[in-house]
Design a binder for this molecule. Structure first.
Ligand SMILES: [Zn+2]
Ligand SMILES: [Zn+2]
Ligand SMILES: [Zn+2]
Length: 261
């Protein structure tokens, strides 16, 4: 199995076009500070899956020289994760899978006359369906319900992460949340890819400080932060900071992890 970080930036990406902060200025020179909008690709058994199709999806596919994907999973409706859904019309047969609670929002807004009908019209081979746990190569893929509303009492905006479990490796991708509602599903992880949008918890994001507490509680073997915002320290400094707390790192665009199955 291969895990490929397509995008590791926050909703505004780094550099953020309207900003001239030191991290954005540094990111303009390229390298690990340059981050496109959040997305992950997973390859196994000759099949390819992407999680989320944000505004930079096309550039990400071109960068990784990817011409075929078999599955696309969606975490939630925010535009930094879905703005390029219509791009799926390009390319061959594939399945677009969205958790039922998230799909309910799409049905209302998009299904009849919007994005989904457009995709289907242009590419009838695409299957759009509610997410159900499925076998992906030797891995079982399941969803993990998350809380992404800033108000802890409110439950109005469904959001999900995904967990991949094989015989020798288990990892979870939790990109936008401040609380895991199904924490039992993310125990015994070899790798946790975690929301690192901010340092302190802010709005719907857990914040790196609280995520380190989560790391100490659920004890994944390794943790990598993604969804990095430009107001955080630059890559190297941020990595030096999180490393002090364990086997924790900062993901970057194009980062690849090979897993022996
Ligand atoms: Zn996001
Ligand atoms: Zn900036
Ligand atoms: Zn979000």
């Amino acid at each position: 199995m291969k895990i490929i970080f397509l995008g590791t930036g926050s909703a505004s990406g780094i550099p953020t076009w309207s900003c001239n902060c030191s991290t954005c200025r540094l990111a303009k020179k390229g390298g690990k500070n340059n981050r496109s909008r959040p997305s992950l690709m997973v390859e196994t058994g000759g099949k390819r899956l992407v999680i989320d199709t944000g505004p930079d999806f096309r550039e990400q596919m071109l960068r990784e020289d990817t011409r075929k994907i078999n599955y696309a999973l969606i975490t939630h409706k925010h535009a930094d994760h879905t703005a390029s859904l219509y791009e799926l019309k390009i390319g061959g047969k594939m399945e677009l899978m969205i958790p039922k609670k998230v799909m309910a929002i799409y049905k209302k807004d998009f299904y009849s006359k919007g994005v989904f009908s457009f995709i289907k019209k242009r590419n009838p081979k695409i299957i759009i369906k509610n997410f159900k746990p499925f076998k992906f190569g030797k891995f079982k893929v399941d969803s993990v319900e998350l809380k992404h509303e800033k108000d802890q009492k409110v439950r109005s905006f469904p959001c999900f992460g995904y967990v991949f479990e094989g015989k020798t490796f288990k990892f979870a991708y939790l990109s936008d949340f401040n609380k895991i509602l199904e924490e039992d599903k993310v125990r015994n992880l070899d790798l946790l890819i975690c929301d690192g949008n901010t340092m302190k918890q802010k709005k719907g994001h857990i914040g790196i400080i609280n995520a380190i507490k989560l790391y100490k509680r659920i004890k994944p073997k390794r943790m990598l932060f993604t969804h990095i915002n430009h107001d955080l320290p630059q890559h190297q400094k941020l990595e030096e900071y999180v490393k002090k707390y364990g086997n924790i790192g900062i993901a970057y665009d194009g980062m690849k992890i090979e897993v022996i199955e």
